[in-house]
Design a protein around this ligand. Structure first.
Ligand code: PLP
Length: 353
């Protein structure tokens, strides 16, 4: 063995959904928004002059933090921003999960959690979802070194009520509870108001999905100023300038255009509900997804086979060949035209079986 290898940090990386680039593809595999970001984003980007880039960006990301705070009626001290919510979540794991007891998260959930836990050597325990794929609050009353779960959960789309989240947060005053609200704008109820009452609750959101900015990499965390201060201390110990000037300008513009945000998220929700009805007619079953995706299993056609058939037709969906979920496809909600093409293909394919 080469001698340097003994000092390497071993890591098992997260595998993101593929980013194919085919002219005729229908891309429903990474939960991106099918609509472009607010036109205000383009205007803000055009207003950046090349000579502005000579200077470092504002390390506190003040304008962006202020725009997020303004949107939610918070103070800037209650908001932390990062390079997508993946960066925010990684920073939060590093900051808050330093105990000896295991951090708890569901067995079926965002598959980055166990990757960060591995990278940072955080002990963890995966808590099985109920048979109907819901999170049971009582399962999170065991001894733990912190808790993290998405609401709605990914990839199931199942959402918890604010009361259920409060039950978990209230039962764990000795640790930080992170609620990953990547998809909350598509119909679930945010836990944000609970941050006024509980100082151990951190709510994480992203501009990647409901604000159509996956390519810009902007995420944020909201919580009481004590938690936010701890996050900033870790950030400033790592990289002071995580947010570049373009991200600061684009994120602010997206946050301020409420009308566009409301319009596009409503379209996605309507298309999701239409797609659910059509999938049900074709023999698919699924929970009541509150995300911009549907997690569905077919009554007779195995998910792996459907995944491959769709892929051949350049319709990309996500398939996780993992215990409990290997017969499900996660289908991102695209435009009405894209979903019609998906349904048309499935109709023909399932008929000839
Ligand atoms: C998409 C997603 C994220 C990460 O989003 P970013 O693009 O990094 O902001 C985090 N959590 C869940 C559950 C997601 O689905």
């Amino acid at each position: 063995m080469e001698s340097w290898k003994k000092n390497v940090r071993e890591a098992v990386p997260y595998v993101p959904g593929e980013q194919p680039d085919l002219p005729d593809m229908i891309k429903l595999n990474t939960n991106e928004n099918p609509y472009p970001p607010s036109p205000k984003v383009g205007e803000a980007l055009c207003a950046i002059r090349d000579q502005d880039l000579r200077l470092y960006p504002d390390p506190s990301a003040g304008e962006l933090t202020g725009a997020v705070a303004g949107y939610y009626g918070l103070s800037r001290e209650q908001v932390f921003v990062g390079v997508g919510s993946d960066d925010v979540l990684a920073m939060a794991f590093l900051t808050f999960f330093n105990g000896r007891e295991p951090v708890l998260f569901p067995d079926i959930t965002y598959s980055f959690y166990d990757v960060w836990a591995g990278l940072f050597r955080i002990p963890y325990r995966q808590v099985p979802l109920a048979d109907d794929f819901t999170i049971r609050p009582e399962d999170y009353k065991a001894v733990n070194g912190g808790i993290v779960f998405p609401n709605p959960n990914a990839p199931t789309g199942e959402a918890l009520s604010r009361e259920a989240i409060e039950e978990i947060v209230a039962a764990n005053p000795g640790g930080v509870v992170i609620v990953d609200e990547a998809y909350v704008d598509f119909g679930a109820v945010s836990a944000l108001p609970l941050t006024e009452k509980y100082d151990n609750l951190l709510v994480v959101q992203t501009m990647s999905k409901s604000r159509s900015l996956a390519g810009m990499r902007i995420g944020y965390a909201m919580g009481n100023p004590g938690l936010i201060r701890c996050l900033n201390n870790v950030k400033y110990s790592f990289n002071s300038y995580t947010m570049d000037q373009t991200a600061l300008a684009a994120g602010k513009a997206a946050m301020e255009d409420r009308e566009y945000f409301e319009k596009t998220r409503k379209k996605v929700i309507e298309t999701r509900e239409w797609t659910k009805r059509e999938l049900a007619k074709l023999g698919f079953s699924f929970g009541d997804s509150m995300g911009n995706f549907i997690f569905a299993a077919h009554e007779f056609c195995p998910a792996g086979e459907l995944f491959a058939a769709l892929r051949e037709r350049h319709i990309f969906v996500r398939y996780f060949d993992k215990p409990r979920i290997s017969n499900y496809l996660r289908i991102t909600v695209g435009t009405p035209e894209e979903m019609e093409a998906l349904i048309d293909f499935l109709k023909k394919y399932l008929r000839q079986e």
